[in-house]
Design a protein around this ligand. Structure first.
Ligand code: NAD
Length: 317
Protein backbone atom coordinates (compact mmCIF):
# COMPACT_ATOMS: atom_id res chain seq x y z
CA UNK A 1 0.00 0.00 0.00
CA UNK A 2 1.18 3.52 -0.79
CA UNK A 3 0.67 6.10 1.94
CA UNK A 4 1.31 9.84 1.71
CA UNK A 5 2.43 11.53 4.95
CA UNK A 6 1.95 15.28 5.22
CA UNK A 7 3.47 17.62 7.83
CA UNK A 8 6.30 15.24 8.68
CA UNK A 9 8.68 16.66 11.28
CA UNK A 10 12.31 15.58 11.44
CA UNK A 11 11.73 13.79 14.72
CA UNK A 12 9.10 11.55 13.08
CA UNK A 13 11.24 10.34 10.19
CA UNK A 14 12.98 7.51 12.05
CA UNK A 15 9.63 6.14 13.25
CA UNK A 16 8.14 6.32 9.74
CA UNK A 17 11.12 4.41 8.33
CA UNK A 18 10.78 1.74 11.01
CA UNK A 19 7.05 1.34 10.29
CA UNK A 20 7.61 1.08 6.54
CA UNK A 21 9.44 -2.19 7.21
CA UNK A 22 7.22 -3.35 10.04
CA UNK A 23 3.99 -3.05 8.03
CA UNK A 24 5.49 -3.54 4.58
CA UNK A 25 4.05 -0.30 3.19
CA UNK A 26 5.50 2.47 1.03
CA UNK A 27 5.38 5.86 2.73
CA UNK A 28 6.15 9.16 1.01
CA UNK A 29 7.21 11.84 3.48
CA UNK A 30 6.48 15.54 2.98
CA UNK A 31 6.80 18.48 5.32
CA UNK A 32 4.07 20.39 3.50
CA UNK A 33 0.77 21.24 5.16
CA UNK A 34 -2.18 19.78 3.22
CA UNK A 35 -3.95 22.36 1.07
CA UNK A 36 -5.63 22.75 -2.31
CA UNK A 37 -2.28 23.99 -3.66
CA UNK A 38 -0.54 20.67 -3.07
CA UNK A 39 -3.36 18.12 -3.08
CA UNK A 40 -2.21 16.96 -6.52
CA UNK A 41 0.77 15.33 -4.76
CA UNK A 42 -1.71 12.64 -3.64
CA UNK A 43 -2.08 11.34 -7.19
CA UNK A 44 -1.61 7.56 -7.07
CA UNK A 45 -2.24 7.21 -3.31
CA UNK A 46 -5.31 5.85 -1.52
CA UNK A 47 -4.28 6.82 1.99
CA UNK A 48 -2.99 9.97 3.63
CA UNK A 49 -1.82 10.86 7.11
CA UNK A 50 -1.71 14.41 8.45
CA UNK A 51 -1.02 16.46 11.58
CA UNK A 52 -3.16 19.40 12.68
CA UNK A 53 -1.80 22.48 10.87
CA UNK A 54 -4.15 22.64 7.90
CA UNK A 55 -7.93 22.88 7.77
CA UNK A 56 -9.31 19.76 6.15
CA UNK A 57 -12.53 21.37 4.98
CA UNK A 58 -15.15 20.27 2.47
CA UNK A 59 -13.29 21.62 -0.52
CA UNK A 60 -10.05 19.86 0.38
CA UNK A 61 -11.82 16.61 1.25
CA UNK A 62 -13.64 16.76 -2.09
CA UNK A 63 -10.33 17.25 -3.88
CA UNK A 64 -8.78 14.33 -1.96
CA UNK A 65 -11.71 12.11 -2.81
CA UNK A 66 -11.54 13.02 -6.49
CA UNK A 67 -7.87 12.10 -6.57
CA UNK A 68 -8.60 8.66 -5.05
CA UNK A 69 -8.05 9.04 -1.30
CA UNK A 70 -10.11 6.57 0.74
CA UNK A 71 -8.39 6.68 4.12
CA UNK A 72 -7.21 9.63 6.20
CA UNK A 73 -5.50 9.49 9.56
CA UNK A 74 -4.54 12.39 11.75
CA UNK A 75 -1.52 11.84 13.97
CA UNK A 76 -3.24 13.89 16.66
CA UNK A 77 -5.83 13.05 19.28
CA UNK A 78 -7.94 16.09 18.36
CA UNK A 79 -9.92 15.97 15.11
CA UNK A 80 -11.43 19.46 15.06
CA UNK A 81 -9.26 20.43 12.05
CA UNK A 82 -11.20 17.90 9.92
CA UNK A 83 -14.80 18.18 8.73
CA UNK A 84 -15.60 14.65 9.92
CA UNK A 85 -19.24 14.75 8.91
CA UNK A 86 -18.40 15.66 5.34
CA UNK A 87 -15.63 13.05 5.17
CA UNK A 88 -18.18 10.42 6.18
CA UNK A 89 -20.70 11.75 3.70
CA UNK A 90 -18.32 11.39 0.76
CA UNK A 91 -16.89 8.08 1.96
CA UNK A 92 -13.43 8.99 3.23
CA UNK A 93 -12.74 6.95 6.37
CA UNK A 94 -10.97 8.84 9.14
CA UNK A 95 -9.01 7.69 12.16
CA UNK A 96 -7.16 9.66 14.84
CA UNK A 97 -4.20 8.90 17.08
CA UNK A 98 -4.00 7.90 20.67
CA UNK A 99 -1.10 8.02 23.05
CA UNK A 100 -0.63 7.77 26.77
CA UNK A 101 -2.13 10.79 28.56
CA UNK A 102 0.88 11.13 30.88
CA UNK A 103 2.85 13.68 28.83
CA UNK A 104 -0.02 16.19 28.63
CA UNK A 105 -1.01 15.55 32.24
CA UNK A 106 2.56 16.16 33.47
CA UNK A 107 2.69 19.34 31.43
CA UNK A 108 -0.61 20.57 32.87
CA UNK A 109 0.79 20.27 36.40
CA UNK A 110 3.94 22.07 35.25
CA UNK A 111 1.88 25.01 33.90
CA UNK A 112 -0.12 25.18 37.13
CA UNK A 113 3.07 25.38 39.18
CA UNK A 114 4.83 27.82 36.83
CA UNK A 115 1.93 30.26 37.12
CA UNK A 116 1.34 29.66 40.83
CA UNK A 117 5.01 30.26 41.70
CA UNK A 118 5.49 33.28 39.40
CA UNK A 119 8.18 31.55 37.44
CA UNK A 120 7.94 33.81 34.37
CA UNK A 121 8.92 37.05 36.12
CA UNK A 122 11.48 35.09 38.19
CA UNK A 123 13.04 33.87 34.94
CA UNK A 124 13.11 37.39 33.49
CA UNK A 125 14.82 38.69 36.64
CA UNK A 126 17.42 35.91 36.68
CA UNK A 127 18.46 36.83 33.15
CA UNK A 128 19.51 40.32 34.30
CA UNK A 129 21.04 39.09 37.59
CA UNK A 130 18.11 40.38 39.65
CA UNK A 131 17.70 37.79 42.37
CA UNK A 132 15.17 39.71 44.46
CA UNK A 133 12.04 38.09 45.86
CA UNK A 134 9.60 40.98 46.01
CA UNK A 135 6.37 40.21 44.17
CA UNK A 136 7.25 36.58 43.58
CA UNK A 137 5.50 35.03 46.55
CA UNK A 138 3.47 32.03 45.44
CA UNK A 139 0.88 29.70 46.90
CA UNK A 140 0.99 26.01 47.75
CA UNK A 141 -1.23 23.58 45.88
CA UNK A 142 -2.31 21.90 49.12
CA UNK A 143 -4.16 25.07 50.15
CA UNK A 144 -6.13 25.32 46.93
CA UNK A 145 -9.22 23.91 45.26
CA UNK A 146 -8.58 22.76 41.72
CA UNK A 147 -11.35 22.27 39.15
CA UNK A 148 -10.88 19.82 36.31
CA UNK A 149 -13.33 20.18 33.43
CA UNK A 150 -13.35 17.03 31.31
CA UNK A 151 -12.35 13.77 33.00
CA UNK A 152 -11.43 11.60 30.04
CA UNK A 153 -7.98 10.13 29.60
CA UNK A 154 -5.97 13.31 30.26
CA UNK A 155 -8.31 14.84 32.86
CA UNK A 156 -8.20 11.64 34.92
CA UNK A 157 -4.40 11.49 34.80
CA UNK A 158 -4.19 15.16 35.85
CA UNK A 159 -6.46 14.34 38.80
CA UNK A 160 -4.29 11.34 39.75
CA UNK A 161 -1.17 13.50 39.57
CA UNK A 162 -2.78 16.26 41.62
CA UNK A 163 -3.86 13.84 44.33
CA UNK A 164 -0.26 13.70 45.53
CA UNK A 165 -0.25 17.44 46.27
CA UNK A 166 -3.02 17.31 48.88
CA UNK A 167 -5.31 19.85 47.21
CA UNK A 168 -9.10 19.65 47.09
CA UNK A 169 -10.13 18.48 43.61
CA UNK A 170 -13.47 19.14 41.96
CA UNK A 171 -14.40 17.66 38.60
CA UNK A 172 -17.05 18.19 35.97
CA UNK A 173 -17.92 16.00 32.98
CA UNK A 174 -21.35 15.15 31.55
CA UNK A 175 -20.20 11.51 31.67
CA UNK A 176 -18.83 10.69 35.10
CA UNK A 177 -15.85 8.36 35.30
CA UNK A 178 -15.91 6.04 38.35
CA UNK A 179 -12.08 6.09 38.52
CA UNK A 180 -12.25 9.81 39.37
CA UNK A 181 -14.19 9.44 42.60
CA UNK A 182 -11.16 8.00 44.40
CA UNK A 183 -9.46 11.40 44.20
CA UNK A 184 -12.03 14.05 43.31
CA UNK A 185 -15.66 15.07 43.78
CA UNK A 186 -17.93 15.61 40.82
CA UNK A 187 -19.73 18.95 41.10
CA UNK A 188 -21.67 21.23 38.76
CA UNK A 189 -19.87 23.58 36.39
CA UNK A 190 -21.31 26.47 38.40
CA UNK A 191 -19.57 25.15 41.55
CA UNK A 192 -16.29 24.79 39.70
CA UNK A 193 -16.53 28.39 38.48
CA UNK A 194 -17.52 29.70 41.90
CA UNK A 195 -15.16 27.79 44.17
CA UNK A 196 -11.97 26.85 42.38
CA UNK A 197 -8.64 28.65 42.62
CA UNK A 198 -7.31 26.90 39.52
CA UNK A 199 -9.48 25.64 36.65
CA UNK A 200 -8.02 23.37 33.99
CA UNK A 201 -9.77 22.32 30.79
CA UNK A 202 -9.48 18.80 29.35
CA UNK A 203 -12.42 18.54 26.95
CA UNK A 204 -12.45 18.23 23.19
CA UNK A 205 -13.51 21.31 21.22
CA UNK A 206 -17.10 20.98 20.03
CA UNK A 207 -19.75 23.38 18.71
CA UNK A 208 -21.34 23.32 22.17
CA UNK A 209 -18.26 24.23 24.20
CA UNK A 210 -16.64 26.71 21.79
CA UNK A 211 -15.70 29.72 23.98
CA UNK A 212 -17.01 28.04 27.12
CA UNK A 213 -14.61 30.29 29.01
CA UNK A 214 -15.90 33.76 28.18
CA UNK A 215 -16.70 37.01 29.95
CA UNK A 216 -19.84 35.57 31.55
CA UNK A 217 -18.20 32.41 32.91
CA UNK A 218 -15.08 34.35 33.99
CA UNK A 219 -17.38 36.73 35.87
CA UNK A 220 -18.63 33.78 37.97
CA UNK A 221 -15.11 32.78 39.02
CA UNK A 222 -13.12 33.68 42.12
CA UNK A 223 -11.02 36.83 41.94
CA UNK A 224 -7.47 35.89 41.01
CA UNK A 225 -8.47 32.56 39.46
CA UNK A 226 -5.78 30.74 37.49
CA UNK A 227 -6.90 29.17 34.22
CA UNK A 228 -5.03 26.40 32.46
CA UNK A 229 -5.63 25.25 28.90
CA UNK A 230 -3.76 22.25 27.54
CA UNK A 231 -6.79 21.17 25.50
CA UNK A 232 -7.92 23.38 22.60
CA UNK A 233 -7.47 27.13 22.18
CA UNK A 234 -11.01 27.94 21.05
CA UNK A 235 -12.44 26.69 24.35
CA UNK A 236 -11.44 30.10 25.73
CA UNK A 237 -12.40 33.46 24.16
CA UNK A 238 -9.05 35.23 23.86
CA UNK A 239 -10.45 38.78 24.08
CA UNK A 240 -12.20 37.88 27.33
CA UNK A 241 -8.97 36.37 28.70
CA UNK A 242 -7.22 39.67 27.93
CA UNK A 243 -9.97 41.64 29.70
CA UNK A 244 -9.76 39.25 32.66
CA UNK A 245 -5.99 39.74 33.00
CA UNK A 246 -6.23 43.53 32.56
CA UNK A 247 -8.90 43.78 35.24
CA UNK A 248 -6.97 41.36 37.52
CA UNK A 249 -10.05 39.14 37.74
CA UNK A 250 -7.81 36.43 36.34
CA UNK A 251 -4.67 35.97 38.45
CA UNK A 252 -2.74 33.96 35.89
CA UNK A 253 -2.97 31.89 32.75
CA UNK A 254 -1.12 28.77 31.70
CA UNK A 255 -1.90 28.27 28.03
CA UNK A 256 -0.42 25.58 25.88
CA UNK A 257 -3.16 26.21 23.36
CA UNK A 258 -4.73 29.51 22.41
CA UNK A 259 -7.41 30.71 20.03
CA UNK A 260 -6.18 31.35 16.45
CA UNK A 261 -2.87 29.57 17.03
CA UNK A 262 -2.97 27.93 13.59
CA UNK A 263 -0.29 29.32 11.31
CA UNK A 264 1.88 30.25 14.27
CA UNK A 265 2.44 27.21 16.42
CA UNK A 266 5.20 24.76 15.54
CA UNK A 267 6.63 27.25 13.02
CA UNK A 268 9.65 29.54 13.14
CA UNK A 269 8.02 32.94 12.51
CA UNK A 270 10.86 35.12 13.87
CA UNK A 271 11.34 37.18 10.74
CA UNK A 272 7.67 37.51 9.84
CA UNK A 273 5.26 40.33 10.55
CA UNK A 274 2.65 38.59 12.65
CA UNK A 275 -0.82 40.04 12.54
CA UNK A 276 -2.38 38.20 15.44
CA UNK A 277 -2.47 41.06 17.90
CA UNK A 278 -4.30 39.22 20.66
CA UNK A 279 -1.70 36.46 20.97
CA UNK A 280 1.17 38.97 20.94
CA UNK A 281 -0.55 41.15 23.51
CA UNK A 282 -1.62 38.33 25.81
CA UNK A 283 1.78 36.66 25.89
CA UNK A 284 3.61 39.72 27.26
CA UNK A 285 1.89 39.76 30.67
CA UNK A 286 4.10 38.53 33.52
CA UNK A 287 1.37 36.21 34.80
CA UNK A 288 0.64 34.60 31.43
CA UNK A 289 2.69 31.57 30.47
CA UNK A 290 2.11 30.59 26.85
CA UNK A 291 3.72 27.68 25.02
CA UNK A 292 3.48 26.48 21.45
CA UNK A 293 1.02 23.59 21.79
CA UNK A 294 3.72 21.22 22.93
CA UNK A 295 2.21 19.41 25.91
CA UNK A 296 1.98 16.25 23.81
CA UNK A 297 5.56 16.49 22.62
CA UNK A 298 7.47 13.63 24.20
CA UNK A 299 9.54 10.88 22.63
CA UNK A 300 7.00 8.31 23.77
CA UNK A 301 3.99 10.17 22.37
CA UNK A 302 5.55 10.94 18.98
CA UNK A 303 6.39 7.26 18.40
CA UNK A 304 2.81 6.37 19.25
CA UNK A 305 1.33 9.11 17.02
CA UNK A 306 3.31 7.96 13.99
CA UNK A 307 2.39 4.34 14.66
CA UNK A 308 -1.32 5.30 14.86
CA UNK A 309 -1.01 7.30 11.63
CA UNK A 310 0.08 4.19 9.73
CA UNK A 311 -1.64 1.41 11.66
CA UNK A 312 -4.89 3.42 11.65
CA UNK A 313 -4.89 3.30 7.85
CA UNK A 314 -4.20 -0.43 7.75
CA UNK A 315 -6.95 -1.07 10.31
CA UNK A 316 -9.50 0.72 8.10
CA UNK A 317 -8.34 -1.05 4.95
P1 NAD B 1 -11.02 12.24 26.05
O1 NAD B 1 -11.95 12.06 24.90
O2 NAD B 1 -10.40 11.04 26.67
O3 NAD B 1 -11.79 13.02 27.20
C1 NAD B 1 -12.54 14.16 26.98
C2 NAD B 1 -13.59 14.24 28.08
O4 NAD B 1 -14.22 15.53 27.96
C3 NAD B 1 -14.68 13.18 27.98
O5 NAD B 1 -14.79 12.51 29.22
C4 NAD B 1 -15.95 13.98 27.65
O6 NAD B 1 -17.12 13.42 28.24
C5 NAD B 1 -15.60 15.31 28.27
N1 NAD B 1 -16.37 16.43 27.75
C6 NAD B 1 -16.81 16.67 26.49
N2 NAD B 1 -17.44 17.86 26.43
C7 NAD B 1 -17.41 18.37 27.68
C8 NAD B 1 -17.88 19.59 28.26
N3 NAD B 1 -18.50 20.50 27.53
N4 NAD B 1 -17.66 19.79 29.58
C9 NAD B 1 -17.00 18.87 30.33
N5 NAD B 1 -16.52 17.72 29.83
C10 NAD B 1 -16.72 17.48 28.53
O7 NAD B 1 -9.93 13.30 25.55
P2 NAD B 1 -8.44 13.48 26.08
O8 NAD B 1 -7.55 12.55 25.36
O9 NAD B 1 -8.44 13.46 27.56
O10 NAD B 1 -8.10 14.95 25.52
C11 NAD B 1 -8.61 16.09 26.15
C12 NAD B 1 -8.25 17.34 25.35
O11 NAD B 1 -6.83 17.49 25.30
C13 NAD B 1 -8.72 17.35 23.89
O12 NAD B 1 -9.16 18.65 23.56
C14 NAD B 1 -7.46 17.08 23.12
O13 NAD B 1 -7.53 17.57 21.80
C15 NAD B 1 -6.46 17.83 23.97
N6 NAD B 1 -5.06 17.47 23.78
C16 NAD B 1 -4.12 18.45 23.78
C17 NAD B 1 -2.79 18.13 23.64
C18 NAD B 1 -1.69 19.16 23.69
O14 NAD B 1 -0.59 18.91 23.21
N7 NAD B 1 -1.92 20.32 24.27
C19 NAD B 1 -2.41 16.80 23.45
C20 NAD B 1 -3.41 15.82 23.47
C21 NAD B 1 -4.74 16.15 23.63
Amino acid sequence: MKIFAYEVRKDEIEDFKRLEEKYNVEITLSNEVPSLDNVNMLEGYTAVTILGQGRIDQELLEAMKNIGIQYLTTRTIGTNHIDLEYAKQIGIQVNNASYAPNGVADYTIMLMLLVLRNYKPALWRGQVYDYSLQGLQGKELRSLTIGIIGTGRIGLKVIENLSGFGCKIYAYDPYENPAVSKYATYVSLETIYKECDIISLHTPLTKENYHMINKDTIHKMKDGVILINCARGELMAIDDLIDGIESCKIGGLGLDTVESEEGIIHLDRRLDILTNRQIAYLRQFPNVVMTQHMAFYTKEAVASMVECGIKGILDMN
